[in-house]
Ligand binder design. Structure first.
Ligand code: FE2
Ligand code: FE2
Length: 141
């Protein structure tokens, strides 16, 4: 069973936002699967470590791209949306630092396993109205 399903998050009116969300959900589920295998088989964690790095990079690009679109189209609630991203990033950075410091992937894995709830809430209540606004502005362009 996966950590999170694409069906749990609302479909975005902006295709690139939708694609980013689907990719991120895929990465999260890959991490969950790899972490479970590592715990059962005690196999080397290279694939998992690579996925974790991919995830951190993906989140940064995901948020930066939404912020770029919001600025480009003068989204009125930009500050509120950006603050939500910044709070998440600071928690992510904290667990990443612990992971690097102790060489223990569980430091970041524990954080990641708690994120689906935040993601579903953020996508459905913050990204969805943002995407609806952006799609409207893009049509007028
Ligand atoms: Fe998003
Ligand atoms: Fe967002």
């Amino acid at each position: 069973m996966g950590l999170i399903y694409a069906e749990q998050v609302e479909e975005m009116d902006v295709e690139e936002m939708q694609a980013t969300h689907e990719n991120e959900i895929q990465i999260l589920n890959d991490i969950d699967k790899l972490a479970t295998q590592c715990q059962i088989q005690k196999t080397p964690t290279d694939a998992l470590e690579a996925k974790l790095h991919e995830y951190v990079e993906h989140v940064h690009k995901h948020f930066a791209n939404e912020e770029r679109l919001m600025q480009k189209y003068n989204f009125p609630k930009y500050e509120m949306h950006k603050t939500a991203h910044d709070i998440f990033l600071s928690d992510l950075e904290h667990s990443s630092r612990e992971w690097r410091k102790y060489g223990d992937f569980k430091k970041i894995l524990n954080f990641i396993r708690k994120t689906p709830e935040w993601i579903v809430l953020h996508v459905n209540s913050v990204d969805a109205p943002t995407a609806a606004y952006l799609a409207q502005k893009m049509k007028e362009d």
